[in-house]
Design a protein around this ligand. Structure first.
Ligand SMILES: C[S@@+](CC[C@H](N)C(=O)[O-])C[C@H]1O[C@@H](n2cnc3c(N)ncnc32)[C@H](O)[C@@H]1O
Length: 235
């Protein structure tokens, strides 16, 4: 596989042939796409790897989440955030991704600690198993929602989030900001500012906190991100 050319360091192919567009075939194609990526990349060299997920940690702190609250990681990949949550004695964690390969890599890294986590392989834009998980106190998404460029997919994702997050629960969403790249991992992304995300989450959520930050990839390239923390007001 050739480099994606986005500076993602993902090893992904960026040919113009989009592999995942037609509805009803989306799931399998999208899943295969991400499985391939996780089969070929070294997680620590990926264009989204964080040794310490500092900006997310800041927002977790501000969310006021308790150690036993249900924390959901949407599109977790192999994130080091899971290690952090376990190190800091959070006990009720669901980790989800469309790629079982990503979750297997994560499980292997965590060894015995993996047994304390609820693992779900599912598609956030066509959820089946995710519909069944218990209510969520804190939903965390870094660099996932921005891949959903179709309005229908965004709506399915937001509907799921609305259904699962408790009233008074919190949502962290981090996307590329308006100065960010237009592609990642060979896929187009939608970029956001604070107002655009507020629009997506209204009327049930209010913005509690947001900031922009420049992420440095393992390759040395940078990507401007927007981090947001929302509070759920109503059901
Ligand atoms: C750029 S990576 C970010 C991974 C992780 N959140 C992090 O910050 O390290 C995007 C992740 O979203 C997952 N993903 C993409 N589309 C998805 C979907 N429709 N449903 C669930 N996960 C998805 C991918 O498999 C990948 O792990």
């Amino acid at each position: 596989m050739s480099s994606c050319g986005t500076g993602c360091g993902c090893g992904s192919n960026t040919s113009n042939t989009r592999p995942l567009i037609t509805k009803n075939k989306v799931n399998k194609d999208l899943q295969d796409y991400w499985e391939t990526i996780y089969n070929v990349i070294d997680s620590e060299k990926s264009g989204w790897y964080e040794k310490t997920p500092e900006p997310t940690l800041q927002l977790i702190e501000k969310s006021g989440v308790n150690k036993g609250d249900h924390i959901f990681l949407a599109g977790a990949g192999t994130t080091t955030l899971v290690d952090y949550l376990l190190d800091n004695h959070y006990t009720n964690i669901t980790v989800s991704d469309i790629s079982s390969t990503a979750l297997d890599i994560l499980k292997e890294r965590l060894q015995d600690r993996a047994n304390t986590i609820n693992w779900v392989v599912d598609d956030l834009t066509n959820p089946e198993k995710l519909e069944q998980i218990p209510p969520i106190d804190l939903w965390i998404d870094r660099a996932v929602f921005h891949f959903f460029t179709e309005t229908d997919d965004q709506k399915t994702y937001i509907d799921l989030l609305n259904k699962l997050v408790k009233t008074g629960g919190k949502v962290i969403i981090a996307t590329f900001n308006l100065k960010g790249a237009t592609k990642c991992s060979g896929l187009p992304v939608r970029r956001y500012n604070e107002l655009m995300l507020k629009e997506k989450l209204k009327p049930n959520f209010e913005l509690q906190e947001s900031f922009e930050t420049l992420y440095t990839m393992p390759s040395g390239d940078t990507r401007p991100y927007l981090y947001t923390l929302f509070n759920k007001l109503y059901n």
